[in-house]
Design a protein around this ligand. Structure first.
Ligand code: UD1
Ligand code: CA
Length: 477
């Protein structure tokens, strides 16, 4: 899953020599810093696990690294290390026991720093694109920089480190907001926290870091001036869109990142042939797959590994999580969780499809029907006000209004079987475990407590008695 979504989000424009770029990039060592607590999130969860369009922030960054380099990325973890390590696979972990700053974090990964090109990334920049990194790497190489910093002019640079340039336009130093005087704060060019380094020089420079600054931390950014003083050329690779390198430090920025990513996800879908009536009121996670000629009405939330087949119509106001929806399905004002729905089936309005259902083709699940952990055959119908729990329903079955699968005796749950072509009348209770065979009729109002053989009618209800003249007699009393 992870390998796919990130790639599709990138608009690969204006890349000349893509082969060359990737050719030289494939042996880069990528180190991703993800050990910080993220104090400004006020959260139990480590910051980098907070999700953007359903995927932890750090995974976007890891995917950029994977797309750029063949080498397994190195991820520095610390705060909530176990949680982070559980969520993420296919990387090398380094533990930073105490979070003493970004420079200190890189020191912990020392054994992975070789003499080649090293890319440092921060785990809280989910909007980054790997093409940007590839282009930046090419410049880093061509210019022979000791280090290259990814920068951008930000409308509101507050909170970011500022890039101080020399007269010859090379980078002199990076000053953190908290250490900046009022003149420095006016600088609009910000540090993204993304750098290419010459590995040999980086190893030397991190030895010289100290924590003599406003935050008492070992800043990675100080490596830049250390290298500059040594006479190495430090370049800035400046991109136009500050959005791409936005760092997420608090929940407001998290919502901003979500909104931007949501825009990217839906734009990509629309360009690939999906109609989204109102993208601003539609929430589609980055992991969702939608085929062409699908129409999404407003108020939909599509999550997880949901797949929606061609020509389906979803919404308004529908939530689907981990749903496998085949082609030509219609789902209105409903919830579908961890279930599959066959071609041409119609769901809702106001249906609740709980986890574990396999619903067949050309079936119909109507209003106020709840169904869980059940198989529901092709051409079968439950049009209104029905509960189907732990059922196995064949093909071409009709469940009347108000049918209840009584699946629970207060201790255990049992299954109910209803065979092909059977007709279950209104207000029938099926007391599980029970088996209703093919081609049967269950009379309305029946409580089915024993199995019903094929081709029969089951009727189990109190016989009706009419007392003629009863109303008149009562009036006369
Ligand atoms: C950092 C940069 C700042 C830049 C900004 C871009 C430094 C000193 N400052 O500031 O110049 O403009 O990012 O977003 O580098 N981390 C660790 N271990 C630590 C501390 C942090 O792994 O001991 C990780 C965090 O998990 C995070 C990343 O490093 O993913 C950045 O840390 P954060 O505290 O967010 O740095 P900023 O204050 O945003
Ligand atoms: Ca940050």
């Amino acid at each position: 899953m992870v390998g796919e979504y990130n790639y599709v989000l990138h608009e690969v424009n204006h890349v000349d020599n893509w082969g060359d770029i990737l050719g030289s990039a494939c042996s880069i060592t990528c180190i991703i810093l993800a050990a910080g607590e993220g104090k400004r999130m006020y959260s139990k969860a480590p910051k980098v696990l907070h999700k953007v369009c359903g995927i932890p922030m750090v995974e976007y960054v890891i995917n950029c690294a994977r797309e750029l380099s063949d080498k397994e990325p190195v991820v520095v973890i610390g705060h909530g290390a176990e949680q982070v390590a559980k969520e993420i696979t296919g990387v090398k972990f380094v533990v930073q026991e105490r979070q003493l700053g970004t420079g200190h974090a890189v020191m912990q990964a020392k054994k992975h720093i070789n003499d080649g090109d090293i890319l440092i990334l921060y785990g809280d920049t989910p909007l980054l694109r790997s093409e940007t990194l590839a282009r930046m790497h090419r410049v880093h190489r061509a210019e022979g920089y000791g280090a290259t910093v990814l920068t951008s002019d930000a409308e509101d640079p507050a909170g970011y480190g500022r890039i101080v340039r020399r007269a010859d336009n090379l980078v002199e130093t990076i000053i953190e907001e908290k250490d900046a005087d009022s003149d420095t704060k006016l600088i609009k060019e910000i540090n993204s926290g993304i750098y290419f380094f010459n590995g040999r020089e980086l190893k030397e420079a991190i030895k010289q870091l100290n924590n003599d600054n406003a935050q008492g931390e070992y800043y990675l950014t100080d490596v830049i001036s250390i290298m500059g003083k040594k006479g190495l050329r430090i370049g800035a690779y400046k991109i136009r869109d500050a959005e791409d390198i936005m760092g997420v430090n608090n929940r407001y920025q998290l919502s901003e990142a979500n909104e931007i990513m949501r825009g990217r996800v839906s734009k990509k879908l629309m360009l690939d042939g999906v109609t989204i009536i109102d993208p601003r009121n539609t929430y589609i996670e980055a992991s969702v797959t939608i085929e062409k000629d699908v129409t999404i009405y407003p108020g939909c939330i599509l999550e997880g590994n949901t797949i929606i087949g061609e020509d389906s119509i979803i919404g308004p106001n529908t939530r689907i999580k981990d749903g496998k929806i085949e082609r030509g399905v219609s789902i209105q004002n409903s919830i579908v969780l961890e279930s599959s729905i066959g071609e041409g089936t119609s769901i809702g309005p106001f249906a609740y499809i709980r986890p574990g259902n396999k619903i067949g083709k050309h079936a119909r699940i109507g209003d106020f029907v709840e169904i869980k952990n059940s198989n529901f055959g092709d051409y079968s119908k439950a049009s209104h006000l029905t509960y189907v729990g732990d059922g196995d329903i064949g093909n071409n079955v009709n469940l009347g209004c108000g049918v209840v699968f009584v699946n629970y005796d207060g201790k255990q749950k049992y299954r109910t079987y209803v065979g092909d072509n059977s007709f279950v009348g209104c207000n029938v209770n099926l007391i599980a475990p029970v088996r209703v065979d093919n081609n049967t009729y269950i009379a309305a109002g029946t409580t089915v407590t024993k199995d019903v053989p094929q081709d029969s009618l089951a009727i189990g209800r109190a016989r009706q008695e009419n007392k003629e003249g009863w109303v008149t007699k009562r009036k006369n009393k």
